[in-house]
Design a protein around this ligand. Structure first.
Ligand SMILES: [Zn+2]
Length: 70
């Protein structure tokens, strides 16, 4: 399976760099969420929306560390 990052690079090759931010790119591919590397690096623009999908204790702990409990 191709990972998300490779998928995006492929799309950019085809369509050019038409996306505004990494988060936006991932959103277009449909991958914004807890698995997203941008989220995992603490750079997700939409991290507040991820609050709804936090399920496990470790998801929540991780989120609080990445986004200072925001
Ligand atoms: Zn995101």
């Amino acid at each position: 399976m191709m990972n998300l990052k490779q998928e995006i690079l492929k799309e950019e090759k085809i369509y050019g760099s038409l996306f505004t931010s990494d988060c936006h790119k991932v959103g277009i591919i449909g991958g914004c969420g807890l698995e997203c590397w941008i989220y995992q690096e603490g750079n997700c623009e939409y991290h507040k929306e991820q609050l709804d999908i936090l399920k496990t204790e470790s998801d929540i702990t991780n989120h609080n560390i990445l986004y200072n409990g925001d």
